[in-house]
Design a protein around this ligand. Structure first.
Ligand SMILES: O=P(O)(O)OC[C@H]1O[C@H](OP(=O)(O)OP(=O)(O)O)[C@H](O)[C@@H]1O
Ligand SMILES: NC(=O)CC[C@H](N)C(=O)O
Ligand SMILES: [Mg+2]
Length: 506
């Protein structure tokens, strides 16, 4: 779940892209990058780190042009190396740059095809470089003087070749900007427009609508699954469905945790869906535990707050912010490596004894994935004097790996995998554990937008909507991406800057 953005403006886009990336920072904390296009040339800056650390004034000054794309990365393929941060670039045909959110599930096969048949070379282990090369190759088949139809034809063939989850934005040199979304619409992408008097319309494409909000763009709509949008350099916009097999199966975990609450995703405001999750969880507590003895409901900041507040209100129990969050620590779950994740829970959250001492507390989180957070938090609640510590999760038990762009590739690292709820409860040290039911989670989203008929719920039910995931695939993924395999090797620091010979500014 990286964050992607593309902007076609009337003036320099570097600052607006920077602002959009900071708003999308919650989708990726490992690396950030930006590529702009001006007068026949691309300008690139990408590196590991948060947006504020990657772009300094000297980089911003070099990122010239009225067209650009940006990325915040949370790696789900390859390594965390700077060389695999995005945007990626290929020089043929025309010069194309691309940012990608998601994960291809047939990347290995495509690498072989690209080399043996398309005569293209992939130099990293990033699936995003693969996606760019497939797109470039298909675009190259269209010949000279491309128009919107040619771009859509190329995207049509990308959909035929690529499997998995992908939302991508790309600039084609001298032609314009294109964005496309996988045929299940697993990963999100929205299109927005801004009209300034006397100027051409400006367009922004982004993972989440909050990025449009901060820049004053009006949401046009989400791209439909399989659909592509193309905006030429005269700022004419074209949209076309590029697949006959498209159907909407968005990742339900976006609503649970990944997205910001103030985003509207596939027609459902995320905040509303999280409120509904809290309501439904309250009904489950009442149903299964009518004589509960909960004194106070306490959220685990940040993401669970919305659901926890509603749950408390529906139960008629006090809601108290018993944990204070250190605002300078990022999201724990998307940090690479279990040691770092574990350490940060204590650095990030501190319990206030007054809310725990002598009380039966119900701690609420949006989800339990590896169990890192809840194990620490329950212990902290006890240390703060809680009598009983109950735990509720606004999502069902996460039992299966994700293969579409969330970094949970290894079943054994998931605390809910192959364990009953009682076993998880004992392992995390809670006095009682309540998980949301999957149907209730789906309903929580559908009540906000009834058009959301089906979802990718693979982490909860093990059903992979692309239909190409089997035991062998998961075993290979596990071997390549388990914590030990990923953090054993050294991360090379490569030179990734593009040669931009304009005046260097200090
Ligand atoms: O069971 P785990 O493996 O610990 O994962 C689940 C936890 O991770 C996330 O929090 P995170 O700190 O990433 O972000 P937040 O501040 O948005 O809640 C999520 O909200 C849960 O609290
Ligand atoms: N989280 C994502 O969307 C990751 C995109 C891509 N698979 C990468 O690893 O860079
Ligand atoms: Mg959390």
């Amino acid at each position: 779940m990286c964050g992607i953005v593309g902007l076609m403006g009337n003036s320099m886009v570097n600052q607006a892209l920077y602002d959009a990336l900071t708003v999308l920072q919650h989708r990726g904390q490992d690396a950030a990058g930006m590529m702009t296009w001006d007068d026949g040339r691309f300008f690139l800056r990408k590196s590991n780190g948060l947006v504020r650390d990657v772009f300094h004034t000297r980089h911003m000054k070099r990122l010239q042009g009225n067209i650009g794309i940006g990325h915040v990365r949370y790696p789900t393929a390859g390594s965390s190396s700077e060389a695999e941060s995005q945007p990626f670039y290929v020089n043929s045909p025309y010069g194309i740059t691309l940012v990608h959110n998601g994960n291809l599930t047939n990347s290995d096969q495509l690498v072989k095809e690209l080399f043996n048949t398309d005569l293209r070379h992939i130099n990293t282990r990033s699936d995003s470089e693969v996606l760019l090369n497939v797109f470039a190759h298909e675009l190259g088949k269209q010949g000279h003087r491309l128009d919107a139809e040619d771009v859509f034809d190329a995207v049509r063939r990308v959909h035929r070749r690529c499997r998995g989850g992908y939302a991508a934005v790309s600039i084609i040199s001298d032609l314009g900007m294109v964005a496309f979304r996988d045929i299940n619409g697993i990963r999100p992408v929205v299109v927005g427009k801004r009209c300034i008097e006397g100027g051409q319309p400006e367009y922004m494409i982004a993972s989440e609508s909050v990025a449009l909000d901060v820049a004053g763009f009006e949401l046009i709509r989400d791209l439909a699954p399989g659909e592509a949008v193309f905006i030429n350099n005269d700022r004419e916009m074209f949209m076309q469905q590029c697949s006959e097999s498209a159907r909407l199966r968005p990742c339900i975990f976006e609503y649970v945790y990944l997205a910001r609450p103030d985003s509207i995703m596939d027609g459902a405001n995320v905040y509303g869906t999280r409120m509904r999750m809290g309501q439904k969880l309250a009904l489950k507590v009442e149903r299964e535990w009518p004589d509960h003895d909960i004194d106070v409901v306490i959220p685990i900041p940040d993401t669970s707050r919305t659901a926890a507040l509603e749950l408390a209100q529906y139960l008629g129990v006090k809601y108290r912010e018993g944990f204070v969050k250190n605002r300078y620590i990022g999201r724990t779950f998307i940090m690479p490596g279990q040691t770092q994740r574990k350490k940060s829970v204590r650095q990030k959250l501190n319990a206030m004894d007054v809310e725990f001492d002598g009380k039966n507390v119900l701690l609420v989180d949006d989800s339990i994935v590896r169990g890192t957070t809840c194990q620490e938090i329950i212990q902290m609640a006890r240390e703060a004097g809680a009598k009983k510590v109950y735990f509720a999760s606004a999502a069902p038990a996460v039992r299966y790996p994700n293969v579409y762009g969330i970094d949970m590739p290894v079943a054994m690292e998931l605390i809910g995998h192959d364990r009953t709820d009682e076993e998880v409860c004992t392992l995390i040290g809670a006095d009682r554990l309540i998980y949301q039911d999957l149907e209730d989670l789906k309903d929580a989203c559908r009540e906000i937008n009834p058009a959301l008929e089906a979802f990718d719920c693979s982490v909860f039910d093990g059903q992979y909507v692309t239909g190409d995931i089997d035991g062998d695939y998961l075993a290979r993924l596990e071997a390549a991406r388990n914590d030990a395999a990923r953090h054993g090797g050294s991360v090379s620091s490569a030179v990734v800057e593009m040669h931009n010979d304009i005046e260097e500014v200090e």
